[in-house]
Design a protein around this ligand. Structure first.
Ligand code: ZN
Length: 580
């Protein structure tokens, strides 16, 4: 039995999808009118099928009957048997529609649509049309056109609430992707020259561009409102360009959406009640060091901005706040905000600004990020002279912030002083799975999406069967790739003398045990970020795969925190009660 029913009789016998064993299930190629898409076949099957069509002619090739542009060729390939390969997300593009109309004019009825990625599209043309090349040397894109393309791309990314745009110029085309809810997806492609031109267009309107600005060197910059290319709702676009081989390059552009200063509450961001209580206790004080850690796009800026604005209101606007950022990102109507620039000698410029801040009679100092020993020294100095200082560092967990401060040269006796380091926050953002298209863990197991070992671990820690645990679905009309929004997973540590003393004595194990030990038993009652993330997995909000990727492995949690499992089940039940 052929798996592809009614398929054009062109696939090579014994290979590709046709070659599957009799009885094996699969979705066939059935003519279903212009709108039929064969998503049921796996991507590999689609590719193998296309590559093995032996008696079909490529009508959109160099010598084909249908006259198309190079740009069209990156999106669609039409074959004489009615099969069309279409690049990801291009099915409804006007260019593709126009090619389909042309196909009908030469009496070809496009009936079988197979979606493939752009890279494969190029391979497909090479395979069927050996003489065809993608490089077109006389492709000089005018400046106005470049700006328009740049603007369109940013608008597209903004409309999908993307956090980043990734462009990579390859030999035959430029790959364009965006990251939405943490997941990267392809949105299109353009010729290599055009890709380079759009990247250069971005830097031509950027501020803060470094000295060196050739395609051969690393470059950074930021686009602000003045650039004229940002759509409403986007405040800034940070650019990072990396040169790759053969004078090509790659650009990652990070979108910063407007976060109105009048949004000051943190209770909708995803923290649990204990974490909210901790953060409130941090912001009440006008002394001490408070540090947030988490990777880029972990929601740190949002938390910091809301906390500081709320603090300003709670203190009746009677405090003075001074920020030192590179560049200024926080929307703080009550603060004096100093942008910091890298200096020619390579120092980060924070030191000078810090000294100036200390002479400016502040109550609260905010340092965008502590990344040099000098800044760390001055930050501690500021706290020891009676100020509150908020900042961020790179660390992989809340207590790891202490290690980072040690690396930055902060002496152990300072870290042991409970009057200095008072509050630590570590967080990540995880995608909330769409309720409409989510699947049960049992279904995910049947589809081979998760291992039976992982399902067993989940059943064990949650005390629920796999029909009441959920995984991210494929995506539907109400979500993006199975995700509906994002939520914070975090751990907060209000420090105390015992904890800091254990740290400075190097008793790490005891320190962690003391932190997670219940308050009734004399500990701090802390719960690690993995516990918070798992609480949301148990309540059907997060996908276990993403949590394992972004936070930690379930097996590690079981190994290190098995005593927290009863608490986990209780936390899941409480969270579910608030969701009901
Ligand atoms: Zn959905």
């Amino acid at each position: 039995m052929a798996v592809i029913k009614d398929a054009p009789g062109s696939a090579k016998k014994g290979s590709g999808v046709m070659g599957k064993k009799p009885g094996q299930s699969g979705v066939g190629l059935k003519p279903g009118g212009e709108d039929s898409f064969f998503v049921g076949m796996s991507e590999d099957d689609r590719k193998e099928y296309l590559m093995n069509m032996t008696d079909a002619a490529l009508l959109t090739g160099e010598v084909g009957e249908i006259d198309v542009t190079d740009n069209d060729r990156r999106r669609i390939a039409v074959f004489s048997n009615g099969v069309c390969a279409i690049a990801t997300n291009s099915r409804w593009s006007p260019d593709v529609k126009a090619v389909l109309v042309k196909a009908k004019r030469v009496n070809v009825e496009p009936r079988y649509f197979l979606e493939v990625d752009t890279a494969f599209m190029v391979d497909l043309y090479e395979h069927f049309d050996k003489s065809y090349g993608m490089d077109d040397p006389d492709n000089d894109v005018p400046e106005v056109e470049r700006q328009r393309k740049l603007k369109d791309l940013i608008s597209l990314a903004a409309s999908r609430k993307a956090s980043d745009i990734h462009m990579r110029v390859l030999r035959r085309y430029t790959e364009v992707k965006i990251r939405v809810f943490g997941r990267v997806q392809e949105v299109g492609s353009m010729p290599p020259d055009e890709g380079m031109a759009v990247m250069q267009a971005a830097f031509s309107v950027a501020s803060d561009v470094g000295e060196n600005s050739s395609v051969m060197s690393f470059q950074q910059g930021a686009l602000n409102m003045k650039s004229g290319v940002l759509p409403p709702g986007v405040d800034m676009l940070r650019l990072q360009y990396s040169p790759t081989s053969e004078n090509r390059g790659a650009l990652v552009a990070r979108l910063k959406f407007s976060t109105p200063a009048n949004e000051v509450e943190i209770d909708t961001l995803g923290y649990n009640d204990d974490q909210i209580r901790d953060i409130i206790s941090f912001r009440r004080r006008t002394n001490g060091l408070y540090i947030l850690a988490g990777k880029v796009s972990s929601g740190k800026t949002t938390t910091l901005q809301r906390t500081l604005n709320k603090m300003y209101l709670e203190k009746n606007k009677e405090i003075s706040m001074f920020t030192i950022e590179e560049p200024v990102e926080l929307e703080l109507p009550g603060a004096i905000q100093c942008p910091v620039k890298k200096k020619p000698d390579g120092t980060d410029g924070f030191v000078e600004a810090m000294k100036s801040a200390l002479r400016s009679d502040p109550n609260i100092i905010v340092v965008g990020e502590i990344r040099s020993k000098e800044t760390a020294y001055l930050a501690i100095q500021a706290v020891m002279t009676g100020h509150a200082l908020w900042s961020t560092v790179h660390a992989g967990y809340a207590l790891g912030i202490l290690d980072r401060l040690t690396d930055l040269g902060v002496e152990s006796w300072k870290l042991e002083d409970p009057g200095i380091v008072r509050g630590l926050i570590y967080q990540r953002l995880c995608g909330v799975i769409c309720k409409k298209c989510r699947t049960t863990m049992n279904q995910a197991l049947e589809r081979g999406r998760v291992s039976s070992e992982l399902v067993e671990q989940m059943v064990h820690i949650f005390g629920k069967d796999a029909d009441h645990l959920y995984a991210r679905g494929k995506g539907c009309s109400e979500c993006k790739l199975g995700l509906a929004s994002r939520t914070v997973v975090a751990e907060t540590v209000p420090t105390d003398p015992e904890l800091l003393s254990l740290y400075s004595k190097g008793k790490r194990r005891e320190m962690f045990q003391y932190w997670v030990k219940p308050v009734e038993e004399g500990g701090l009652g802390g719960r690690p970020v993995m516990h918070h993330a798992l609480t949301k997995v148990g309540a059907g909000l997060l996908d276990i795969d993403e949590v394992e990727e972004e936070v930690d492995l379930v097996s590690e949690y079981i190994k290190n925190f098995s005593n927290l499992i009863p608490r986990l089940q209780q936390d899941v039940a409480e969270l579910e009660a608030t969701m009901a």
